[in-house]
Design a protein around this ligand. Sequence first.
Ligand SMILES: [Zn+2]
Length: 189
Amino acid sequence: MVIDEILAYNERFLQQKPLPVIGHAPRKHMAVVTCMDCRLVQMFEQALGLERGDVLELRTAGATISQPERAGAANDLIRSLAGGIYLLGVREVAVIGHTQCGLAHANPTALTASMQALGVDAQTLIDKGGLGDVQGLTRWLGAFDDVHVNVQEVVKVIRNSPYLPKIPVHGLVIDINTGKLEMVDRGAV
Ligand SMILES: [Zn+2]
């Protein structure tokens, strides 16, 4: 399994120069919300000029909050931002979606077929979770049509959350191939 490869690498890593000990409060007083896409690994920090200790990085599939979790904004992303803001000094948030996101135009047929192949019955889940239909299932997963619209919606949920104070929340989109950032919605001070 891949975990064995990782453990073997880690043994070698520990032989190198020890890491400097730094605090857990982000130096830039910022939290960044982005996607789990594997193409963002390393590239994301390099494109933004981020070093270890600079910002909090929160990743969700699609850099989104799924539709059923938006109401009331009492979801895991808001909880994480609250921890960052109240306990770690975060005073600015950037939501950064990306081009070619796997959750844009997610195919419901492919989704249910994949679930079925792995022994999970989509219909049972739809019924138990009160998701309505297969479209409801894709909404639960966080699927969206347009990355720009999604980023603006997530920004709005964060800005309007009663759990969070009024701080600048920006919405951006990063080009997954070039790393170019596009400002979609700049938060006010
Ligand atoms: Zn993505």
